[in-house]
Design a protein around this ligand. Structure first.
Ligand SMILES: Cc1ncc(COP(=O)(O)O)c(C=O)c1O
Length: 418
């Protein structure tokens, strides 16, 4: 691994090697993470890093674009075929810049946007006061029903009629249930709003066809490629044909500069791979593992937000265990299980402490963990929660984690040998 850096900068080399070891020896359950294939790693560091290019195939600002043109055209065709979309833009750098690209294409400063509350499952880039775009557009928010902890569509409709947004956004970073895209699409049309779905988290499940797709209903669909899609650190946007020109202009020059052709190449590979049976089977197993983890944790006395999961995210309310999300995250980290603290709907605790954690099953599923291992993980989590600050308890749990994960390789043996 990194044979040149090893010689020229042993310090950086050591850090990267340390990260490889950390990932190999830990059970990685951050919901926004996945394990990139060796091809994605290879392409993310390819010769294309030397090429600066702006514009679109046939209308570039720099010469020497013929190979890049072939690449981008191939990627657009693959993305359209994979998701059944009329148009695709692959130039955005991430899920965040995908969202900004959509804003830049159809909104003017001061326009109104209705999106899901961040503390009930939405995302920072959907109008959080901490995000710059909250100063550019006027945002209002819908949330979940207190009983079901699922989107309150009646409230969404009422708010849309009162607020009259130009854009309605669905999708988020910690919402474990399916979304009724058809209903939100109808609401958006009834008030003359554009409808955008941010499928950053679930795009792999959508590509595999194991959960419903927003593409038939949404005017714009944004995504990152690192979450369930298991790709490089990047993003993309899909849209209806009628918005293709506006979107491309909103992305470049509207919100980004030159393209990242390295991750572009990795995305093009990814859009072929995500259409394979192999990928579909992993996504099917992601759903099965998520459902089982929710059930097992519930049987250990944890409360599962909304009762279950329909995707790769399990949201856990820790109040029945009398511990905070912060403490549970830190104690799990000590035993080699990586999750993140997360607010749950109507959380009385601050975002820095939280009453819950968000757990994801994509990486462990890619690594081959199934029913027996999910049960063992739930049992370890229960032991940690029962005495989270007792070092000997954590030591015993760590031994179990190490044993479990040592049976599943992160990458085939020898992958990083020079
Ligand atoms: C719903 C949603 N949108 C956008 C993003 C941002 O994606 P990225 O980290 O690729 O910028 C995230 C990331 O967590 C997300 O959950």
């Amino acid at each position: 691994m990194l044979k040149y850096t090893k010689i020229s900068d042993p310090e950086v080399y050591g850090i990267v090697e340390g990260e490889l070891k950390r990932q190999e020896h830990n059970i990685e359950m951050i919901a926004s993470e996945s394990t990139a294939s060796l091809e994605i790693m290879e392409l993310s560091g390819s010769i294309f890093t030397n090429k600066t290019l702006e514009g679109y195939p046939g209308a570039r600002f720099q010469a020497g674009s013929y190979e890049a043109d072939r690449l981008e055209i191939l990627g657009i065709e693959r993305a359209k075929a994979l998701f059944g979309a009329e148009h695709a833009n692959l130039q955005v750098y991430s899920g965040s810049t995908a969202n900004y690209g959509v804003y830049a294409s159809v909104l003017k400063p001061g326009d109104r946007v209705l999106s899901m509350r961040l503390d009930q499952g939405g995302h920072l880039t959907h109008g959080s006061p901490a995000n710059f775009f909250s100063k550019v557009y006027e945002y209002d928010f819908y949330g979940v029903n207190k009983e079901t902890e699922q989107i309150d569509y009646d409230e969404l409709e009422k708010k849309a009629k009162e607020f009259l947004p130009k854009l309605i956004i669905a999708g988020g970073s910690s919402y474990p249930r399916l979304i009724d895209y058809e209903r939100i699409c109808k609401i958006a049309k009834s008030v003359g709003a554009y409808f955008m779905v941010d499928m950053a988290h679930i795009s792999g499940l959508v590509a595999a066809g194991v959960i419903p797709s927003p593409v038939p209903y949404a005017d714009f669909v944004s995504s990152s490629t690192t979450k369930t899609l298991c790709g490089p650190r990047s993003g993309f946007i899909l849209c209806k044909k009628e918005y293709a020109k506006a979107l491309d202009k909103g992305v470049f020059p509207g919100s980004i500069g030159s393209m990242h052709l390295t991750t572009m190449a990795a995305k093009v590979w990814l859009f072929k791979h995500a259409a394979t049976e192999e990928f579909k089977n992993v996504m099917k197993q992601v759903l099965a593992n998520g459902k089982l983890l929710a059930k097992e944790l519930e049987s250990h006395g944890f409360r599962i937000v909304s009762g279950t999961t329909d995707n790769h995210i399990v949201m856990v309310d820790l109040r029945s265990k009398g511990i905070s999300g912060k403490l549970f995250q830190n104690s799990l980290d000590k035993v080699g299980i990586t999750v993140n603290k997360n607010q749950i709907p109507f959380d009385p605790a601050s975002p820095f402490v939280t009453s819950g954690v968000r757990i994801g099953v994509t990486s462990i599923t890619q690594r081959g963990l199934k029913e027996n291992e999910i049960k063992e993980i739930a049992d370890i989590m229960d032991k940690v929660a029962s005495d989270p600050e007792n070092e000997s308890n954590l030591f015993e749990c760590k031994k179990r984690t190490e044993k479990l994960i040592s049976e599943f390789s992160l990458y085939p043996t020898g992958s990083f040998n020079d």
